[in-house]
Design a binder for this molecule. Structure first.
Ligand code: SF4
Ligand code: SF4
Length: 340
């Protein structure tokens, strides 16, 4: 079913949902947007072509999260605070929603369920916002997504200038939108046209067919030294990536808290062993790990690429290292090896 939500009513609708949900929506922060708790006085920023700078994975997997508090004198542990209301995230781009589904395979796997991710993810509702004019840095269609993909979403909005169309995808979302006016046939046709045009505007960024085999083949090659030469090891590409999930656990003795913080394979100390040996001693091995994990190891584990083409690592790398170009040159390098 498709409904029409007038733009001038968005804040009113979110305010009404705020009673039953913890509502988050993109809001303007300096010159970028970020998912923040929605308040009546705030304006929802759905006019940015680009994704939010900080990925919405942070709502389910915060950059820093208290796991438990402890009293070592009494030998007691307390669970960290539990949520009172389910979360509703409004305006999630399809690449980030697809990332939620990929992250579920890590945090909600058969072998291990992460209680912190599960508690926040459970009963949550994700309302997507399709990309009518995908920025040049995005490449979702290259990695199996689409600017109006439904994966991981309960409903998806399409921008119709003065209003949004709302395609409802689950029963949970139907209850939220059922009082809105239904879309007319003309509006439905307009939505189809916008969605088709957006998808057609995205040319393949690189060749994915056979890429995993090519990466596996050049694992030991000097190629990695060449592409990692300018990398600063700052970790931005992984911190902002919606599918990166590594964390480190620390006990803050004075605060009597056990905390987990995002970690990244792009840091030297990430793989440093207690003996002093580091199996990934330079940016060469660390860059190789980042690319191989997303484009080879994810495929080994779940049969899917671990990158949704959100383009954040392309936009924010301070030295302009572009994963698309890196993967393209990797496949060309392999061809040279094969020819030799
Ligand atoms: S953002 Fe760029 S410079 Fe920083 S670690 Fe990633 S590739 Fe290296
Ligand atoms: S690797 Fe880059 S483009 Fe792919 S999901 Fe992560 S940040 Fe986005």
């Amino acid at each position: 079913m498709m409904y029409i939500l007038e733009k001038k009513k968005v804040e009113q609708v979110l305010s009404a949902w705020n009673k039953a949900f913890d509502v988050y929506a993109p809001q303007k922060v300096e010159n970028y947007t970020q998912f923040l708790p929605f308040e009546k006085t705030k304006t929802v920023a759905l006019n940015h072509a680009h994704n939010t700078r900080y990925p919405p994975k942070a709502l389910f997997f915060p950059q820093s999260e208290i796991m438990l508090k402890y009293n070592s004198r009494l030998g007691r542990f307390e669970e960290s605070g539990s949520k009172t209301k389910p979360m509703l995230i409004f305006g999630v781009r399809p690449c980030d929603a697809m990332a939620f589904s990929l992250m579920d395979t890590v945090f909600l796997s058969e072998d291990y369920v992460d209680p912190y991710w599960k508690a926040k993810r459970e009963d949550s509702i994700v309302i997507g916002f399709g990309c009518s004019t995908p920025p040049q840095t995005c490449f979702c269609t290259t990695v199996g997504g689409a600017p109006f993909s439904h994966t991981g979403l309960d409903a998806i909005l399409t921008d119709l200038d003065k209003a949004f169309s709302v395609q409802v995808l689950t029963n949970k979302a139907e209850n939220l939108f059922k009082n809105l006016p239904p879309a007319t046939e003309d509006q439905i046709n307009e939505v189809k046209k916008i969605q088709r045009k957006a998808t057609e505007s995205m040319a393949p960024a690189f060749q994915t067919s056979g890429l995993k085999q090519k990466l596996d083949l050049i694992f030991e090659s000097p190629y990695w030294e060449t592409i990692a030469e300018s990398c600063l090891g700052c970790g931005i590409c992984t911190y902002l990536c919606p599918t990166c999930f590594c964390f480190d656990i620390v006990d803050e003795i004075q605060r009597k808290e056990r905390i987990r913080n995002w970690d990244t394979c792009m840091f030297r100390i990430y793989s440093q062993e207690a003996s002093g040996h580091n199996p990934r001693p330079s940016n060469k091995e660390r860059t190789r790990q980042r690319l191989m994990h997303k484009y080879s190891y994810w495929l080994d584990h779940i049969g899917e690429i671990g990158c949704t083409g959100c383009g954040r690592c392309v936009c924010y790398c301070p030295v302009g290292l572009d994963i698309r170009a890196m993967l393209q040159t990797a496949s060309e390098y392999e061809s040279e090896v094969a020819r030799a």
